[in-house]
Design a protein around this ligand. Structure first.
Ligand code: CP
Length: 310
């Protein structure tokens, strides 16, 4: 059993194999059922449309039986410790997919049983399976990502942090994080990016579009009001002025093959206009499909390993 709690726990080769496996699953049913006879639990304490459903669907497609738990359905909500919960669930389940309200420390405690693989399906600080879906979308389109440049615009949230870690593990992939001042990807994450890549990562963070050199291969944005978490400044929206991806913004950084990504859900008209999200360059809907292929690749890697399947 292997956990997938942070991308920082993976090697570059492991991430590459998981992403490539997600691309394979994206081509259609491979006929493989590597999780036949296995059991997957899905424990979400926060709302989700894509991640929870795609893990359920992906696990089922790979042959697993699935049980889901809502926020108050485990005895954790009445005080049972995370370690005791993991120890017990490890007797019944092979994997537990978890979305929490906190940082990843509590998921690490759930990941303490050697009999239970735990997957981080979003914490406040990282959304690793989202970044795997993002890389699968880009790999399917472009092949090798070395030499490609992604511009990620908006709040430096859990998706942005995961993308930065994924870029650190993807040699030659350039990532520019364009965030409003005060809403950047945390310094600790960028330090981790530098450490993971031994200083070779092509990840930079800027706060003004004038600092970005285009054209880029992909423009990526995310909901500004991440997961409904309130911001300290009640007038925060003013800080995001100029960060909306409208056609003019997209065209400013686009070449002939540039695509638009969005991890969804979108607030249409806020971080992105309908014209861009529904436009012919948008691959946001394919990216949503890859949420499921990423879930399949991650579960396979965690539960049975997939090192020799590429
Ligand atoms: N992108 C994403 O994680 O979507 P959900 O919150 O709907 O799972």
């Amino acid at each position: 059993m292997r956990n997938l709690i942070s991308l920082a726990d993976l090697t570059s080769g492991e991430l590459d194999r998981i992403v490539k496996r997600a691309v394979v699953f994206g081509r259609g049913d491979t006929g493989e059922r590597p999780l036949a006879g296995r059991r997957v639990g899905i424990y979400f304490r926060k709302s989700s449309t894509r991640t929870r459903t795609s893990f359920w669907s992906g696990a089922s497609r790979l042959g697993a039986d699935v049980i889901t738990f809502g926020p108050d359905e485990l005895q954790i909500s009445t005080g049972e410790t995370l370690e005791d919960t993991a120890r017990v669930l490890g007797e019944y389940l092979d994997a537990l997919v978890v979305r929490t309200n906190g940082d990843m420390a509590e998921i690490r405690r759930l990941g303490s049983s050697p009999k239970l693989a735990v997957v981080n399906a979003l914490t406040l600080d990282e959304h690793p399976t989202q970044a795997i879906a993002d890389l699968a979308t880009l790999t399917e389109l472009f092949g090798d990502l070395a030499g490609r440049h992604v511009l990620c615009v908006g709040e430096g949230n859990s998706s942005g942090a995961a993308l930065a870690l994924a870029a650190a593990l993807t040699p030659g992939l350039r990532l520019t994080l364009l965030c409003p001042k005060g809403y950047e990807v945390p310094r600790e994450t960028l330090d981790l990016v530098a450490k993971l890549s031994e200083g070779q990562a092509l990840v930079e963070q800027v706060t003004s579009a004038d600092e970005v050199t285009g054209p880029v291969d992909a423009v990526y944005t995310s909901r500004w009001q991440t997961m409904g978490v309130p911001k300290a400044n009640p007038d925060w929206l003013a800080d995001f002025e100029g960060f909306r991806i409208d056609q003019g913004f997209f065209d400013r950084f686009a070449g002939p093959d540039t695509v638009f990504l969005h991890d969804l859900p979108a607030v249409r008209g806020q971080e992105v206009t309908d014209e861009v999200l529904d436009g012919e360059r948008s691959v946001a809907w394919r990216q949503a499909h890859h949420k499921m292929t990423a879930a399949m690749a991650v579960l396979e890697w965690c539960v049975v390993g997939a090192d020799d399947r590429i």
